[in-house]
Every structure is written in structure tokens, then in C-alpha cells.
Design a protein. Structure first.
Ligand code: ATP
Length: 373
């Protein structure tokens, strides 16, 4: 059965003068899914979202919503609704009036019918009973839910979310991200969410598109993005990683299992892209995928613990590699389980990893990357 697609971009480019903000982007958002666009500041996320909403016109390419080409459709006629980081609620109006606002503007509905729909939307976001409260009598998280109810009541084909959790404090953001995911699953509305916060994108999404300099680097479910990054940028941007630089490919165990020399030490990893013997590479290794044993063992890399940072459920152990011909350190994350090694600064240890816990890519020239001020 072919999947129904709610939003499709086909070769969309947006230029502001000489600046290419969005560069030949294509993707499809399946109906009822939670789709995130993740990228650093200035990568083109907002421009993409504004083009889908109709506030910007693409320089070239086509945008489809619900199967209809919408390039020439004005924002208020598009079957989508946008939730902004600054929520733009009316502070002096009560909750119910804020939620019925869009319905009143649209017209053609009795007052009773509008109130029934608004109460229904408020119940879906867990705010029943608060209809008469003023917005400025609500907490940040409750205001967030009013903004969602106000959009959901209009039954958009797709809800466009512009970092709406960005303004919340860390604790509230953590709980709201789960709520938002549950809400999306319950309503079945297609969510298109833009964020620079990878923890949000990974936790909530069915699919994440990673964007950098206006170009899509990878589109994949969160787990795949994390385990099998497609590019050097995705490996550096998504999740914590050890980045071991100035490596060289010395051989292959199988097609995509590569042996790399880092500072004179042979290491193993997955070839993240097409590599040949002699190629320069960077090797990325997840700290939690490295196993650490006390003392000297076969089949591993010898190191000395130089630092231990306690962080509640785990510790981050810094291991200096003893056989390296230049200083190389690797961070190892140890969960505080009962059988965790009792490690101390100064201990000699052996670290090792399965080949698919590491990813090798050609180094990228970073000299062109702008420094944000
Ligand atoms: P942030 O996370 O900081 O909001 P973003 O990924 O949303 O960033 P955009 O706002 O889409 O990035 O900007 C992409 C690029 O386009 C940036 O270099 C920005 O300066 C530029 N840009 C955006 N809007 C305009 C505009 N109206 N005129 C000129 N340049 C623009």
C-alpha cells in the first residue's frame, strides 16, 4: 500500500540576493507522522517552514500540501497552521476565546458549535476546566498547550511548529516534549517541527531531516540517524561523539568495515561513505558504545585514565591512549550499574568497541564555516 503524503517539497530553492538559504531541497512527510527538521542556527529551517506556510515564495521548485500544489496559494488558504516560539496568544482574553479565535475569523459556525469544538480541543491538550482563565494566569507549559489547542481546533492537514518548546525551561521542555509526542499520536495530525535541539528531534520524531547550509544531509528515523550517520556533519551534530582526527584508511575487513590508523594505533569502524586505502579520515565513536576493562587485555587499546566526571546515572571517563604517537584522548561513558568497573584516575585500562559503534568519514574543510557571534 502506498503511503499518503501530506507535505512534499520538490527541488525547492530559496535565494535572498546572492545567499542561497535553501538549496534544492526535496522531502516527503507521510500523513499522520511527526517529522522534524533539525539544523544549526542559520541553516535554513525557518525559511523552509515559512515557504510551506506561504509567508515566503520559493525561488524555484514546488510545494505540495495534501496533494495540492500550493506555490500560488496565499497563507490563509493553505491547509496548515503554524505554532510559533513566541506563542502570540492574547493575554487579556480567556483561554476559550483564544482557542475560538481562528474559528470566529473563519466564520460560518454558531457560537455553541465553536465553543464545543474549542472545549474538545482543550480537553485533548489536558486543559479542561481552565476555559475561563486569562492567559496571564497560566504557567508557561499551560500557555503552550493553549497555543496547540488553538491550532488543532482548526483541524489543519499539517501543523507547522517553529521551536515552540524553545522558550521553556529545561524541566518543562523535557515533560512537554513527551506530551507533544503523545498528543500528536492521539490526534493523528501531521506535525512538521523545526528545531536546533537534537534531543527534542530525536525524542519526538518518526523521521528527522538534518539540514546544513540549506542542504539536506540525511533523512532518517532517529535511531538510524544516531547509529548510521550518512555524513561527517550528521556524525558531528547529532548526539555526543568522540571525533578522532588525522586518521588514514589502512584496510578493509569487509566492504563497509574499515581499518583506520589513528596516531599509529589501528582501529576499526564502519565506512560512513565510500573510502579507499590511503584516504584521510576522521573516526567518530559514541562514548556509551565503548567498553572499558581494568588492566591490560588482548584485543583492545591500552590507555590511562586522566579524568573522571561524575554525572548522576553515569560517569564520563577520559582515557589517554598509551600507544599513540601523539596525544589522543577518548571519552568513555560508564553507566553506574552493579557490575560497572571500579575505575580511578591513574588506572591502566583497555578500551574496545564493536566496528559498527564507530563511523569513518573523509574530513571536511571547515575553513569556510562562519563563526557565529
Ligand atoms: P535559526 O535557528 O537561527 O532561526 P534557521 O535555520 O531558521 O536559523 P533561517 O532563518 O532560515 O535559518 O536563515 C537561513 C539563512 O537565510 C540565514 O543566513 C539568514 O541570514 C538568511 N535569511 C533569512 N531570511 C532572510 C531575509 N528575509 N533576507 C535575507 N536573508 C535572509
Amino acid at each position: 500500500m502506498s503511503q499518503e503524503i501530506d507535505v512534499a517539497l520538490v527541488n525547492v530553492t530559496k535565494k535572498f540576493g546572492d545567499l542561497v538559504a535553501v538549496d534544492n531541497v526535496s522531502f516527503e512527510v507521510p500523513k499522520g507522522s511527526f517529522f522534524s527538521i533539525l539544523g544549526p542556527s542559520g541553516s535554513g529551517k525557518t525559511t523552509l517552514l515559512r515557504m510551506i506556510a506561504g509567508f515566503e515564495v520559493p525561488t524555484s521548485g514546488d510545494i505540495y500540501i495534501g496533494g495540492q500544489r500550493v506555490n500560488d496559494v496565499p497563507p490563509n488558504k493553505r491547509p496548515c497552521n503554524m505554532v510559533f516560539q513566541r506563542l502570540a496568544l492574547f493575554p487579556m482574553m480567556n483561554v476559550l476565546d483564544n482557542v475560538t479565535f481562528g474559528l470566529r475569523r473563519r466564520g460560518g459556525m454558531s457560537k455553541d458549535e465553536m465553543e464545543r469544538l474549542a472545549k474538545d480541543a482543550l480537553a485533548r491538550v489536558g486543559l479542561q476546566g481552565l476555559e475561563k482563565r486569562k492567559i496571564n494566569q497560566l504557567s508557561g507549559g499551560q500557555q503552550q498547550r493553549v497555543a496547540l489547542a488553538r491550532s488543532l481546533v482548526l483541524e489543519p492537514t499539517v501543523l507547522l511548529l517553529d521551536e515552540p518548546l524553545g522558550s521553556l525551561d529545561l524541566k518543562l521542555r523535557q515533560s512537554m516534549k513527551l506530551e507533544l509526542k503523545h498528543l500528536q499520536a492521539r490526534t493523528g495530525t501531521t506535525f512538521l517541527y523545526i528545531t536546533h535541539d537534537q534531543t527534542i528531534a530525536l525524542a519526538m520524531s518518526d523521521t528527522v531531516a538534518v539540514i546544513n547550509h540549506g542542504k539536506i544531509e540525511q533523512i532518517a528515523p532517529p535511531e538510524e540517524l544516531y547509529r548510521r550517520p550518512a555524513t561527517h556533519f550528521v556524525a558531528s551534530f547529532v548526539g555526543e561523539n568522540n571525533k578522532l582526527t588525522d586518521g588514514r584508511v589502512i584496510g578493509f575487513q569487509q566492504d563497509d568495515v574499515v581499518q583506520v590508523d589513528i596516531a599509529g594505533i589501528p582501529m576499526v569502524g564502519r565506512a560512513g561513505e565510500e573510502l579507499s586505502v590511503g584516504d584521510p579520515v576522521d573516526l567518530f565513536i559514541r562514548p556509551e558504545m565503548i567498553s572499558l576493562r581494568l588492566g591490560k587485555h588482548e584485543n583492545g587499546i591500552l590507555g590511562k585514565v586522566s579524568e573522571i566526571n561524575f554525572d548522576g546515572s553515569h560517569s564520563l571517563v577520559v582515557v589517554d591512549l598509551l600507544d599513540a604517537n601523539r596525544p589522543v584522548s577518548v571519552n568513555v561513558k560508564i553507566q553506574h550499574t552493579e557490575d560497572a568497573p571500579d575505575v580511578h584516575v591513574g588506572d591502566t585500562v583497555t578500551i574496545s568497541w564493536h566496528w559498527n559503534a564507530a563511523n569513518a568519514f573523509h574530513p571536511v574543510d571547515q575553513s569556510h564555516i562562519e563563526v557565529e557571534v
